[in-house]
Design a protein around this ligand. Structure first.
Ligand code: BG6
Length: 508
C-alpha cells in the first residue's frame, strides 16, 4: 500500500489542495493529555477529512494506560467528534480507525519501546507506512531526554531508506542553559533536519499573513521603519485562568510560557528584513538577526512589569485569584502577566520600542500586533480640530476576529473642521470563503511532509532565551508580582511602564 493508491478521502476535482503526505505514521507520546485530545487528534482527523493524509496513514498512541487498540480508538473518536473543525464522516473515520494502535507503557519501560518497534514494523507491512514515522512528544519536558534516549536505544530514531522525525512541544528548556542541554541531547540522536520544534503560533494563518502583508504589498514596507513608526505593541491577552494546568504553569509563568516563543516569533516576523526566499534557511536567518539584536533596556525595573491575577470577574461570573487555584501554593510568585520593552539595534528600528505583553484573566481574549505611527510632522489645523485625533495605527488582528485594521483621522461631517479616528477594516470572514485550518493541522501536515519553514531551529530558541534570561533573573530577585483583578487589563505597573515613555497601551 503506498500513497499513490486511490485515496477515497481526496477530492480530485479540487486543484487547490496542497501536497498530500506520503506513506507514514504519527506516534503520539502523552496521548491522554489535554493537548493531544483537544488539538492533535482533532487536527489528524481534519487532515484525513481534507484528504491530505495517505490512505495507509496510521496513528499510534503511547501512554501509561491499560488499554487495547480499541480503547484508544474510542478516545480518538470522542476527541475527533468533540473538537474537530470539519464535519464528521463515517468513511473517513473507518479508514483512519483501521490504522490505530496503542502501546501501553511508561517512558522508562524497555519492553514498551520494544513493543512500539514491533508495532511500527507491523504497520510498515500491513498499512504500507514505508518505515516513515514521526514521534510527537506531547509530554512534560522533564521526560524529553528519556524518550529520545529510548527511541535511540530501540533503533527507532533512524531507518535505512526511510525518515524518522521527532516533534517537540514547548517549553524548550527553562532558560538558556537548559535549552542548550536539551538541544545537545536531541541532536545526539536526531539529525538537525529531523527535529521539528512546535510553536503553534507559526501555524496560524494570520501569523503567516504577516509575511504576505509585508512582502507582497508595495505600500507598507516604505514606512515600516523608524522614520515613520513610533512604536510597536504586541499583545496576547487571554480571558481564561490556568484551569487545570497548575502542574505545568506554576514555576513557569507568563513570560516563559508565551513570550519566549509566540510573542518573540511575532516580533521577529514583524521586524525582520525581507528574506531572499521563503525557504526555511532564509527565513530563519532573518528572524535570527532580529532576535540577536533585540534587548531589553538596561533599567529592568522601569521597562518590565509583571502581575498575578487576583479575584475578580470572568465571563460574567465572580472568580477567585491565582493563589486560590487548585494545586497552587499560597506563596507562589509565578507571574500570570508579563510586559517587557525591547529595543532592536538595527538601522531600521533604532529608537522604536517594541512593547510585548501577555496575561491570563484579562478583559478579553485577543492577540494583535499594533504598529503605531508617528504623528504628521505638521498639522495645519486648529488645536480643537485635532483634539480627538489619535495616532495612526496598523493593527494585525491575529485572533479572534482575524484581519487587519488601519486607524487614521477623518473629518467629522459638518461645517466645522473636526477630525476624529476612524477604522478601515479587512476581515478574513468577509474577504474569503475558505475557512482557516487550525494551526496544528498545518504544522502536523508539514511534519509529515518534512517541510521545515514554520519550525524554529535551536538557534532561535536560544536567542529568545538570551533575551529573557536577564529579565527572569531580575524578577526572581525582586519579590512577588503585583496583583491585578481578574477581568481587568493587568497591573498598574504595566501602565506606568508605558506612561514613563509617554505612551499608553491600546485597549483592544
Ligand atoms: C500555549 C500556552 O502555548 O498557548 C497557553 O501554553 C495558552 O498558556 C495558549 O493558553 C494560547 O493559545 P491560543 O492559540 O489559544 O492563543
Amino acid at each position: 500500500m503506498t500513497s499513490t493508491r486511490h485515496n477515497p478521502l481526496r477530492d480530485p476535482q479540487d486543484r487547490r489542495l496542497p501536497l498530500i503526505a506520503g506513506p507514514c505514521s504519527l506516534v503520539i507520546f502523552g496521548v491522554t493529555g489535554d493537548l493531544a485530545r483537544k488539538k492533535l487528534i482533532p487536527a489528524v482527523y481534519d487532515l484525513a477529512n481534507r484528504g491530505l493524509l495517505p490512505p495507509g496513514f496510521s496513528l499510534i498512541g503511547f501512554a501509561r494506560r491499560d488499554w487495547e487498540d480499541q480503547d484508544f480508538a474510542d478516545i480518538v473518536y470522542e476527541s475527533a467528534r468533540a473538537h474537530a473543525r470539519t464535519p464528521f464522516r463515517e468513511e473517513v473515520w473507518d479508514q483512519l480507525a483501521a490504522g490505530m494502535r496503542f502501546v501501553p507503557g511508561s517512558f522508562d519501560d524497555d519492553q514498551a519501546f520494544e513493543q512500539l518497534a514491533r508495532t511500527i514494523s507491523e504497520l510498515d507491512v500491513a498499512r504500507g507506512t514505508g518505515g516513515n514515522h514521526a514521534f510527537y512528544l506531547s509530554i512534560p519536558p522533564t521526560f524529553f531526554p528519556d524518550v529520545v534516549d529510548q527511541l535511540r536505544k530501540h533503533g527507532l530514531a533512524e531507518a535505512a531508506g526511510a525518515w524518522r522525525r521527532v516533534v517537540i512541544e514547548k517549553p524548550f528548556g527553562h532558560d538558556l542553559h537548559s535549552a542548550k542541554e536539551l538541544n545537545a541531547i536531541v541532536s545526539e540522536v536526531f539529525l538537525r533536519e529531523s527535529v521539528f520544534r512546535i510553536d503553534h503560533y507559526l501555524g496560524k494563518e494570520t501569523v503567516q499573513n504577516i509575511l504576505a502583508f509585508r512582502f507582497a504589498n508595495g505600500m507598507f514596507e516604505p514606512i515600516w521603519n523608524s522614520h515613520y513608526v513610533d512604536h510597536v505593541q504586541i499583545t496576547m491577552a487571554e480571558d481564561i485562568g490556568i484551569g487545570g494546568r497548575a502542574g505545568y504553569y506554576d514555576g513557569i509563568g507568563a513570560a516563559r510560557d508565551v513570550i519566549q516563543n509566540h510573542l518573540l516569533q511575532l516580533l521577529a516576523l514583524v521586524a525582520m528584513e525581507e528574506p531572499v526566499s521563503f525557504n526555511a534557511y532564509s527565513l530563519r536567518i532573518e528572524k535570527q538577526k532580529i532576535l540577536a539584536n533585540a534587548h531589553p533596556p538596561e533599567r529592568l525595573d522601569l521597562h518590565t512589569a509583571r502581575g498575578q491575577y487576583a479575584a475578580g470577574w470572568a465571563g460574567g461570573e465572580k472568580v477567585g485569584g491565582y493563589l486560590q487555584e487548585q494545586d497552587i501554593a499560597s506563596s507562589s510568585t509565578t507571574e500570570t502577566y508579563a510586559a517587557i520593552r525591547l529595543d532592536i539595534e538595527t538601522r531600521r528600528w533604532a529608537g522604536v520600542p517594541f512593547y510585548l505583553r501577555t496575561g491570563k484573566r484579562l478583559g478579553r481574549r485577543v492577540t494583535e500586533v499594533a504598529v503605531v505611527f508617528k504623528r504628521a510632522p505638521h498639522q495645519p489645523f486648529s488645536k480643537t480640530a485635532t483634539e480627538e485625533l489619535g495616532e495612526n495605527a496598523l493593527v494585525m488582528r491575529i485572533q479572534p476576529d482575524e484581519g487587519v485594521t488601519l486607524r487614521f483621522g477623518a473629518k467629522v461631517p459638518g461645517t466645522a473642521m473636526e477630525i476624529r479616528d476612524v477604522n478601515m477594516d479587512f476581515a478574513y470572514g468577509g474577504a474569503f470563503v475558505e475557512s482557516s485550518p487550525e494551526a496544528y493541522e498545518r504544522l502536523i501536515l508539514d511534519v509529515l511532509l518534512g517541510d521545515p519553514p514554520l519550525f524554529p531551529q535551536h538557534e532561535e530558541v536560544e536567542l529568545a532565551w538570551e533575551i529573557l534570561d536577564p529579565i527572569m533573573k531580575f524578577w526572581a530577585g525582586h519579590g512577588k508580582p503585583e496583583s491585578y483583578p481578574s477581568g481587568g487589563w493587568g497591573p498598574a505597573s504595566a501602565d506606568e511602564m508605558l506612561a514613563r515613555d509617554g505612551r499608553v497601551w491600546r485597549r483592544p
